[in-house]
Design a binder for this molecule. Structure first.
Ligand SMILES: [Zn+2]
Length: 118
């Protein structure tokens, strides 16, 4: 990969991080994700907790039934879910994600435990 391309990807990633940091995700029962600004999501969440019956609400140009809402989540929670689905696991030793089957270099597993992990 050319350096220029690499640089563009890094820029795009940090740009995406900037965007997603200020957003929250409404997740519906069928897995649909609706991304909206954090402030609006929090307002919406407050309204949602007050209503006692399900009803149709408009979010941007979409109309959804509140009964279909699973919850409102942060991008971090979502990322974690996606990673776990991919088989990745979060390592408390090095504070990084590892791929399925990957062992952490920093962890020294006692041999009497290690044999059960083979
Ligand atoms: Zn690790």
């Amino acid at each position: 990969m050319v350096l220029q391309e690499k640089r563009e990807i890094i820029q795009r990633d940090s740009y995406m991080n900037e965007i997603t940091k200020n957003q929250k995700v409404i997740i519906l029962r069928d897995g649909t994700e609706i991304w909206i600004e954090k402030d609006r999501a929090e307002n919406f969440g407050d309204q949602l907790m007050k209503i006692t019956e399900s009803k149709f609400v408009k979010i941007d140009d979409q109309i959804i039934n509140t009964a279909d809402i699973t919850g409102i989540f942060s991008p971090e929670t979502l990322e974690e879910k996606v990673r776990r689905k991919r088989g990745q696991w979060y390592c408390t030793s090095c504070k990084k994600w590892h791929d399925r089957g990957e062992r952490c270099e920093e962890v020294r597993i006692p041999s009497h435990i290690a044999k059960f992990l083979e």
